[in-house]
Ligand binder design. Sequence first.
Ligand code: GCB
Length: 852
Amino acid sequence: MAQREDQLLNKNWNFSLDRDQEITEVSIPHTWNAKDAFTEGSQYYRGKGTYSRQLKIPKKWQQKSIFLKFEGSNQLTRVFVNEQLLGEHIGGYTGFIFDITSAIHAGEENILRVEVDNTHNNDIPPLDADFNFYGGIYRDVSLIVTGPVHFNLASESLGNLLIKTPEVNLEEAEISIESTLVNDAKTSKKISLELSIFDPTGKKIKTLRKITNLGSGTSKSIPIMHRITSPQLWSPDHPNLYRVEAKIYDAKTNMTLDKQTSNFGLRWFSVDAEEGFILNGKPIKLIGANRHQDVTGLGNALPNDQHHSDYKTIKEMGANVIRTAHYPQDPEVYKTCDELGLLVWSEVPVINDVTNSEAYHQNALQMQREQILQFYNHPSVVIWGYMNEIFIQLIFNPKETEAETQDKIQTTVALAKKLEMETKRLDPNRLTVMALHENEIYNETGIADIPDVIGWNLYFGWYSPGLDSFGKFLDDQHSRYPNRPLFISEYGPGSDTRLQTNQPKPWDYSEAYQLKLHKSYINQVEERDFVFGMTAWNFADFGSDIRQDSRPFINQKGLVNMDRSKKDIYYYYQARLLEEPFIYIAGENNETRYIQNKKDTVEVVVFSNAEKVQLSTKTQNLEAAVKNGIARFYMELTEGEHQLIAKTEDPNPVSFTRNLKVKNRSHLLEKLNKEALRVNVGTHVYFKDESNNDIWISDQHYQKGSFGYVDGEVYLKNAGKFQGTASAISGTENDPLYQTMREGLSAYKFDVQKGQYKITLLLTEPEYNVSTENIYNLNEVRAKAIEGLRSFDISINNTLYKKDLNLARDYGPLKAVKLSFEAEARNDEGINIQFSPNAGKALLSGIQIEKL
Ligand code: GCB
């Protein structure tokens, strides 16, 4: 039977980069930036890569039409067949199909060559953004073979039948199925288009036919209308999917020439500036997450399984919405969201800035057309987005003249209007949106009035101070723009599963601060019906080479890590959002807890959606009420191991078990012959070294009989916003250990018993500007600049161990420096590490003491 053949063409490609011409064999999905985007000291390669392979075309395909389909390739792609250029595609996030029939030799080996270029290009969005623009053919490639009359594949819609559902209600749904047919045969053809419709149970409910004549070399668009009575509606709870099977027959021979299928769903929705989102007549608060498309080790070249499992994880969190920030994602994503029941805001990557070039505007419009036409049929998609924080560059890098500023504003607003019009022209039934950063410019310029709804990316409690400022900001916006439906498109702090504390603060990257912020935001959104939804930034940590943070080159605002291991906050969302009984003891990465005195309690945090929960050990059984998904217990636990069991009550008891190890900080010195003592100096946060599970405990002030700093202060950066430097530290994976420090201290003391000790100091020079600024200066000038930097001597028990330690001069700024010394504690003098400055202030990031 002659029908459509659709084969993946992912295997056996030869690949080389322009940079070195070295040829390797690769499989698609592929990117050349999976490693270098995370490598210290290198910028990831943005240039040209070339893929090639042979393609045997059987003789029997002589009369066929043959196409190459790319689901996504970043970002400028040229396709050659037997050295003939067949097409060029601009933009890295939508699919494209080229008709290669004319260049193919049937019965022979043919050569495919694909050039992909991810060089920065001023005409191609995104110009700038907080994520990596990984280069390569990073989504599936396939070969499609059809009869000479076929659905129009090489178009912006990739041959997608457009299944429109202009009117849906409880009684009936009006559908219109639009397809475009192309006749590549040498003669005109009488053909029959047959559409079969299947209901969500798979039962065929209707067959529609249309007979038409198609002249040679012509194409025709054919809309077919139908009404479905008592529709089985699509919703997050009931993701019912209908299916259309479309076939083209030769009306004379009855031979099938081409065939394709598409799912679709029936639902209606609207949004109200007071009541929020209404789906199938019922209000539904949208809560979910944003999602980027990269994973540890793979860059953006993910297999479909990974896309699927990400969205499954998001659904299992209890989410009902996702935002594909900041670009259209893999077709598998939309399919998965349809099947799982996740509402989707999908957007094109017009981010941070635009240019006024016609080419840039056209490319942005083209991306939006491709996105809409390619993903049109997915009932999950309810919102099309087209700009993200589009004035942020203008705000942070202001123009020199007022005329330039006005010019930028004008071209941006003009592009927004064009994108809005084009979106509505293609799809009047969905909502339009843009995401804004916290600035009045969007109101002042009128750009915020262009789309149907507004998404605010709000980082109160992180980039801007005050968690409560969030609600105030929303109330103010709502009172000034009462008719504007509001969504919180981004919010969240960076967090690092290696960093733990019970006293969370902004910028400490602790999991506890992430919990504090998200809890507060969910509460504030739930108090406001006029906010129709929120999507956390971000589902997962993601690669961004411009980031420093506590894991350099990674944006750490994920609810899960970049390798998809879950952070505590993921489980907190489950407690807030799931309907089935749920319980979880927080602290997957915080299994060792420290007390100071025997009577101190250990805080145990339980997430649950029950009203109250019980927590028991072998000897205790406590109960606590749950508020906002959290029950906090303060338990007296002796030193050693404890098994904790958390339970909800009948009628639906669920339980969770976690083992905790309790240590007493005041016994750590006594135990030095068994275990080294490590302190994360200059911070209230505990740090766990993932390579060996060593814990560097929070810092403390020295008291007789104990250990700690004698004086000095916590090193603060950016007017006190950061504790420590939020810069990447080279030469270590343990950046946070070095980033936080104490400055101006004269001594760090351990009141240890007599004996031989090894003391290891962790140090880094955080003031990177001073010396790098002078890097191109004459050596003499540079040397002078460094000379002026801090220098100090280190003594232990009054013996000089290190003279004139100038970290910038000796190692360079932001370098991990580890110095070890051996010293003796005689009698009961203990170990006293003394710092005396020659210039500037002494500092210390970490300290370890071992008994020899
Ligand atoms: C934003 C941007 C997003 C960034 C995020 C952040 O507002 O839209 O692309 O990654 O902030 O983490 O700073």
